[in-house]
Write a protein that binds this ligand. Structure first.
Ligand SMILES: N[C@@H](CCC(=O)N[C@@H](CS)C(=O)NCC(=O)O)C(=O)O
Ligand SMILES: [Fe+2]
Length: 302
């Protein structure tokens, strides 16, 4: 009898498997990339990999992505997913570089099609494959991707952009650009297809998760009075303290605040380079007749 009781107790108290998480902070773009692995099988996902880009020289730099791949190799992990939380407007994706060495599948939210519809014509991107064809998989809300013995649940969290998704792996959620650290607030909603009301509702889907759920942000811009970069928080901390939505801020008040703040923000420095590469799934545009690859900047007269 005692033996049976012991077995039952150990089963009840057995801790849930949790993902192994490594964060990589890219200081030039204040972006955070993640390598997330199932400890049991070593299968791993890379979330939001950054390709370095210096617009003055046109130089691309794979150092940040190579660090992620090296870390995976040193830990004996095999990268099977390359995931994007959205089509980033502030940095280029290194997905294609990581795909070359890993052969992993590249996935993004299905809202990418809307982003491509808006920006494809603006950049004259006739080479864009229709229906998100530059990605291996377009994700819907509720989709589940296998990661060894763990599962990655896709939570559609549009608002910052139409293609925004968050990824939940057990008790960890990679929230992309929805909420930032509680002392900084939330993401801007003034990009084409962005919508503050939608973001508010998306964020509340995440805030409905258990308070101890760990949240990992896609950026950190520090905050007044904070000297170090940070990217991990919890649902409970956001619910209580997020400076934009914490303490029960209502939807209308949030939307008014967000729209007023967005009206003061500058366009991200790498907006044009980032968007034209990221709508192509991180592919560069085709080379010109002279064999050189160029990025375009649409001009407007103010
Ligand atoms: N200064 C940065 C701004 C980047 C930016 O606009 N970030 C977006 C996320 S892609 C955001 O939500 N920012 C919120 C804010 O700046 O308050 C740049 O030029 O890259
Ligand atoms: Fe973003």
């Amino acid at each position: 009898m005692e033996g049976v009781a012991d077995t039952d107790t150990s089963r009840l108290t057995q801790s849930r498997p949790t993902p192994q998480i490594h964060a990589f902070f890219d200081e030039p773009t204040k972006s955070v990339s993640y390598l997330v692995a199932d400890p049991a099988t070593g299968e791993a996902a890379v979330i939001d990999a950054v390709l370095g880009f210096d617009p003055a020289s046109g130089r691309l730099d794979t150092a940040a992505a190579d660090r992620i791949v090296s870390e995976a190799r040193e830990r004996g992990l095999s990268i099977i997913w390359i995931l994007e939380t959205h089509a980033h407007a502030d940095h280029l994706s290194a997905a294609q570089h990581i795909k070359q060495s890993s052969g992993a599948s590249y996935a993004v939210g299905q809202g990418i099609r809307e982003v491509q519809t808006v920006f494809g014509p603006r950049f004259g991107a006739a080479d864009l494959k229709p229906d998100g064809g530059d990605f291996d998989r377009l994700l819907d809300d509720g989709d589940v991707l296998p990661l060894g013995e763990l599962e990655i649940e896709v939570i559609a969290t549009p608002g910052h952009t139409p293609a925004c998704v968050s990824y939940r792996i057990v008790d960890a959620v990679f929230v992309g650009d929805t909420m930032f650290m509680p002392d900084y607030g939330t993401a801007r909603c003034d990009f084409p297809g962005g919508d503050a009301r939608q973001l508010y509702r998306s964020m509340h889907r995440i805030l409905a998760l258990p308070r101890e759920t760990r949240l990992f942000t896609c950026h950190d811009y520090k905050a007044p009075g904070r000297d170090v970069f940070a990217w991990e928080t919890t649902v409970g901390e956001q619910v209580d303290h997020n400076v934009h939505i914490g303490g029960g801020v209502g939807e209308d008040a949030y939307v008014a605040m967000r729209q007023a703040r967005d009206a003061t923000l500058n366009v991200p420095k790498l907006l044009h380079p980032a968007i034209q590469v990221n709508i192509r799934g991180g592919r560069l545009p085709p080379a010109d007749a002279n064999g050189v690859v160029y990025l375009k900047i649409p001009l407007t007269l103010s």
